[in-house]
Design a protein around this ligand. Structure first.
Ligand SMILES: Cc1ncc(COP(=O)(O)O)c(C=O)c1O
Length: 495
């Protein structure tokens, strides 16, 4: 039997050392080439492919030998051979490096890339989300304060869930039954949704829920109405199906339903995507009369309502308004997330939709990523069951409300007429109209002082500038907010 083992040299970084990380399968059978020749050939092949570049340092012979599982003399023999051929140079102080004068010409990037580079591919979303850079004040609307996440309780629950071996197997693509039951109870209690666990699908964040609903519901050419100022990641998921999006204006009471009614008279609407609880980004709450009018319209014209209820928990003035899904479940695909309640990195969201749409969504989910992180889902089910999530929400609601009030006061004090806004009734951000300052330049100047804010352009359907800033107050305490606001002021005066 030939013995083939995969030797995986560890990737290395730092001090310009080569990352030599491909899986090298050394053949140790008697009829194979000597090991040192195999190693030398692998290195020279990587030089030709441009994986290893002139001047880059190779890991030391000892660590190479360890990683490859061979004797150090074997590595030294390979390196001597490569040096003889002109692939390597060794200097006493600098160790072994890839030669600057190679005996072969590495393949040009265009040649290496040929193949997929020439393929005609469909249009990709003209949009990419970014990681939040560390060390910044993130006044980005809707980022929670991760320092308060009950990680110790989550870690304990996770460990217990990991101990239940069934959680490591293939599970239900609709998500953990325990978590669906926990979420159904939470949604019934807090939002008046009459649900059982069978009505829910657990997803990796609401983004996946939006994508699944879009693909299960929409065909190329379908017309979907969206809020004229709104949430671009959702628009891109809708657009990816080939649907045509039509913006409908929003005002201080949310979506202008009269304008939607006029649109529905003119074109066959398939769906409306909206954020009625705290309109994103303006934070406006869609009032009761507009809600009733909207539901009547959806029933009359038979279009679907895709309701994104991303931060329902954080409402400060009076009781939260019940979702559209509580009044008209038959017309609504209801999407929610734990990204604000707990943390976006957990990637846990859900959707509620009437069957057979729900069945189609589960079938699609099965071919996208089979199932979610069952261990995490079970751990979260435990936290929901024990009341840990409810306690966390209560704590954070109080904290965010205080931060909102602090932010409102400070902004008024420092910016006066430059910023005007209505105090948001909920959420983790406020939406301010800007007078006399170019918002895009202001946001840029703030970013260079490590304060991240979002200018109106990011939310406008046509990507044109709008004289607004969305300012989040969730992620930082009052001392930090004060500092961030001072830097924002400096940025304004630098323009
Ligand atoms: C309107 C809206 N929907 C959904 C989300 C949450 O997305 P996810 O659950 O994919 O983290 C956000 C977060 O910023 C949002 O602003």
């Amino acid at each position: 039997m030939p013995q083939k083992t995969d030797h995986k040299p560890r990737a290395r970084t730092g001090s310009g050392e080569a990352r030599w990380g491909h899986a090298l399968a050394l053949d140790a059978t008697p009829q194979a080439q000597p090991l040192y020749v195999q190693i030398a050939e692998a290195i020279s092949a990587d030089v030709r492919r441009g994986v290893l570049r002139p001047g880059q340092a190779l890991p030391g012979s000892r660590s190479l030998a360890r990683d490859l599982g061979v004797h150090r003399n074997t590595v030294l023999a390979a390196l001597r051979e490569l040096e003889k051929q002109g692939f390597l140079m060794t200097e006493p102080a600098r160790g072994t490096r890839i030669s600057e004068q190679l005996p072969v010409q590495p393949l040009a990037p265009s040649v290496r890339a040929r193949g997929l580079a020439d393929f005609p591919v469909p249009r990709a979303p003209s949009f990419r989300v970014m990681a939040t850079p560390p060390g910044h004040f993130t006044l980005l609307g809707g980022v929670p304060d991760l320092r308060h996440v009950p990680t110790a309780a989550l870690a304990r629950a996770y460990r217990r869930a990991l101990g239940r071996r069934a959680n490591l197997g293939y599970g239900d693509p609709a998500g953990s039954a325990a978590l669906r039951a926990g979420l159904a109870t939470m949604l019934a209690r807090t939002r008046g949704l009459a649900l059982t666990s069978d009505d829910l699908v657990v997803t990796r964040g609401s983004q996946m829920a939006l994508d699944l609903v879009a693909r299960a519901l929409l065909r190329p050419g379908d017309v979907v109405a969206v809020e004229g100022l709104g949430y671009r990641p959702a628009w891109e998921a809708l657009r990816a199906t080939g649907a045509q999006l039509v913006p409908v204006p929003v005002d201080e009471h949310g979506l202008q339903v009269d304008r939607l009614a006029a649109l529905a008279e003119r074109v066959p609407l398939r769906a409306l995507y909206l954020t009625p609880h705290h309109q994103y980004p303006s934070t406006a709450v869609l009032g009761a009369p507009r809600r009733l009018q909207l539901i009547a319209l959806a029933r009359q014209h038979r279009f679907a309502l895709i309701e994104d209820d991303y931060d329902h928990e954080f409402h400060y003035e009076g009781r939260p308004i019940l979702p559209l899904a509580a009044r008209a479940p038959e017309s609504v695909a209801y999407v929610g997330t734990l990204s604000k309640v707990l943390a976006p990195g957990l990637r846990l969201g859900w959707l509620v939709a009437p069957s057979p749409l729900r069945e189609a969504i589960i079938a699609r989910r099965s071919v996208v990523d089979r199932q979610g992180d069952l261990v995490l889902e079970e751990a979260l089910a435990e936290l929901l069951d024990e009341g840990e999530v409810a306690r966390h929400v209560l704590r954070m609601r109080g904290l965010y409300e205080q931060r909102r009030d602090f932010m409102v006061e400070r902004l008024r004090e420092i910016f006066g007429e430059t910023l005007s806004f209505t105090v948001p009734r909920g959420g983790m951000a406020l939406w301010a109209r800007v007078r006399g300052v170019d918002v895009d330049r202001w946001a840029e100047a703030a970013a260079s002082r490590k304060v991240l804010v979002q200018p109106g352009r990011l939310f406008s359907f046509d990507r044109r500038a709008r004289p607004f800033l969305r300012l989040g107050y969730g992620a930082h305490d009052e001392t930090e907010l004060a500092r961030a606001i001072a830097l924002l002021n400096q940025a304004r005066h630098s323009l």
